[in-house]
Design a protein around this ligand. Structure first.
Ligand SMILES: [Zn+2]
Length: 73
């Protein structure tokens, strides 16, 4: 299901994660030649992709919404 990007955060390893309107998160790695997303490298690139749609497999699977992992004390 196509879902628009509503925001971003980084995971514990520093990888960018897109937050989708459906409540699911999706890694948006720039890892050429397998995954080419040069826009994720820059602030302006990410801002430009806000509102653009990504294919959300979690919606197709009926997965519950994702939540940002809080670091445990
Ligand atoms: Zn989804």
């Amino acid at each position: 299901m196509q879902q628009p990007i509503t925001g971003y955060h980084r995971d514990e390893e520093g990888h960018w994660v897109a937050e989708l309107a459906c409540g699911h998160f999706q890694h948006v790695r720039h890892d050429p030649p397998w995954q080419n997303r040069p826009w994720v490298i820059t602030d302006s690139g990410r801002a430009g992709m806000r509102g653009e749609c990504l294919e959300c497999k979690k919606c197709d699977e009926g997965a519950p919404p994702d939540q940002i992992e809080e670091s445990k004390d």
